[in-house]
Design a protein around this ligand. Structure first.
Ligand code: 5AD
Ligand code: SF4
Length: 478
């Protein structure tokens, strides 16, 4: 299953992680091949490669980090082994994701990594800190997302001969804004409006790895939206671990719903998406904004995590099953039909068969258009790490399969109900064969269609649905 559109975490922020708030840099030994030589001004081939794991926030952070590197004269290359600077932007939301980076780092052991800058960014960097240097001594930079504003300085330290640098503060008020952002997609732009997370879900490492909530000012967001529109971007995706907890620090103090409307009003912007929303902060003004402006997409991603009030209490999610269902009823009462997706964790410590069946019955009640589901994975620094995790991996796996099968049937039925209807798509992908294309509806459904036109990427087209599968639709150009 695809990874969830976001990643979120808890009150541990700014706490006593041994590495928090320290920067380490040591001069290169005289015999070191020297990153410095590699970066002498006359040298032409300063190249970089970034590999990104995890959520959209990480994807967008990498776009900004690429901007920082471009500003310093590096150019991007596809092959990590050919690059002078290799950054891994990592995810630690579940253990499997966190392990991946160490296998990647293994590629650069010995001669392969000599003279290169190898950096670990993101959540694993924040979580493991200095220990990364011990496990992989050829790494020269470790930097968590709350310290990215220090990246130019850290790179300058490496360029001037320091062998190891580290940025792991989380107690910052600042957000990461860059002069250049190298966006990967020419028509859909990610834009982070709030960083970090102040919620304290008991399973989640994000408050620890990404620090406390910091909102960017509406003036600066809207300025960037206007610039993006002028560059030809027509879809803006506002990002945050809890995007709807946005609190504008500017004097005019726009609410999140007002911000959505202001972005949607920007000339040239045809679609506005936002992810991820926290149920507690999801109010009727957001639904009213979606109703009021057709450019605000009719899709809400509202992670529930569990359908059982007792599990939700142990997860510290701050709402009950019934309170969540009231939010769903509010969204369903909109004039527009709003698509819904969610995140679910199965096998949370102590989840009994009854509690799990409440999650299944919630799927039946809500009729989501899509779910992202995960087996509980104990994470360091989280309260749930030490809860009695009695369920076997096998039992968690079997619950996950049951849940996904139930949802598959729901999605198939829902998708079949769209046969014969027409939708506007933003074309965002080519199919495997020439003449095949894929796009997304405002409600975030994927529709495949055929057209002999040579380049439809980034265009808006009208398509009538002819067939439906559980995960996508098939249609004809109208
Ligand atoms: N184990 C499993 N899934 C998790 N998520 C967050 N933390 C964990 C964990 N420890 C899931 C949640 C969240 C999504 C991005 O990842 O469902 O919404
Ligand atoms: Fe994690 Fe909860 Fe914050 Fe989401 S809201 S990032 S799940 S702590």
């Amino acid at each position: 299953m695809a990874d969830a559109p976001h990643v979120p975490l808890a009150s541990l922020t700014g706490s006593a992680h041994p590495a928090v708030g320290r920067a380490l840099s040591s001069p290169a030994p005289a015999s070191s091949p020297g990153v410095k030589d590699l970066l002498l001004p006359g040298r032409v081939s300063k190249s970089f490669h970034i590999e990104t794991f995890g959520c959209q926030m990480n994807v967008h952070d990498s776009e900004k980090v690429a901007g920082v590197l471009l500003e310093r004269g590096y150019s991007p290359v596809d092959d990590p082994l050919a690059a002078d600077v290799i950054f891994y932007n990592t995810c630690s939301i579940r253990e499997k994701a966190a392990q991946k980076v160490f296998s990647r780092l293994g590629q650069h052991r010995g001669p392969a990594g000599r003279g290169k800058i190898i950096g670990v960014l993101g959540c694993v960097a924040q979580q493991e800190g200095e220990e990364i240097f011990e496990r992989a001594p050829w790494v020269s930079l470790v930097c968590g997302s709350a310290s990215y504003r220090r990246l130019p300085d850290l790179l300058a330290q490496l360029e001037s001969g320091n062998r190891r640098v580290m940025g792991l503060d989380t107690d910052t008020e600042e957000t990461f804004e860059t002069e250049i952002t190298r966006r990967d997609n020419p028509f859909r732009a990610y834009l982070t409006i709030i960083e970090g997370c102040d919620k304290a879900c008991s399973y989640c490492v994000v408050p620890y790895t990404r620090g406390p909530e910091r909102s960017r000012s509406s003036d600066s967001i809207l300025r960037e939206v206007r610039e993006l529109a002028a560059l030809g971007y027509s879809e803006i995706q506002l990002l945050g671990q809890t995007v709807n907890s946005y609190r504008d620090p500017a004097p005019r103090a726009l609410s999140f719903a007002d911000l959505l409307l202001a972005v949607a009003e920007t000339p040239g912007i045809r679609r506005v998406r936002f992810t991820t929303s926290h149920p507690r902060d999801f109010g009727p003004d957001i639904v009213a904004a979606i109703d009021a402006h057709p450019s605000i997409c009719d899709h809400v991603h509202l992670p529930v995590q569990s359908g059982s009030t007792s599990v939700l209490r142990r997860m510290l999610r701050t709402y009950t099953r019934d309170e969540y269902l009231e939010k769903i009823a509010m969204i369903r009462s909109a004039r527009r039909s709003i698509a819904l997706s969610t995140d679910i964790i199965v096998g949370f410590p102590g989840e009994d068969a009854n509690e799990f069946s409440e999650t299944l019955s919630l799927l039946d009640l809500v009729q989501y258009d899509q779910i992202f589901s995960f087996k509980f994975s104990p994470r360091p620094h989280t309260p749930a790490e030490h809860m009695d995790d009695a369920l076997s991996e096998e039992e968690k796996g079997s619950r996950l399969t049951t849940l996904q099968e139930r949802q598959r049937e729901i999605q198939l039925r829902r998708n079949q109900s769209f046969a014969g209807q027409s939708f506007e798509l933003l074309v965002d992908n080519r199919g495997h064969k020439p003449g095949q294309w894929a796009g997304r509806t405002s409600s975030n459904r994927v529709v495949n269609f055929a057209s002999p036109r040579p380049d439809l990427l980034g265009q808006y087209v009208q398509v009538r649905v002819t067939q439906a599968g559980p995960n996508s639709l098939l249609g004809d150009l109208v």
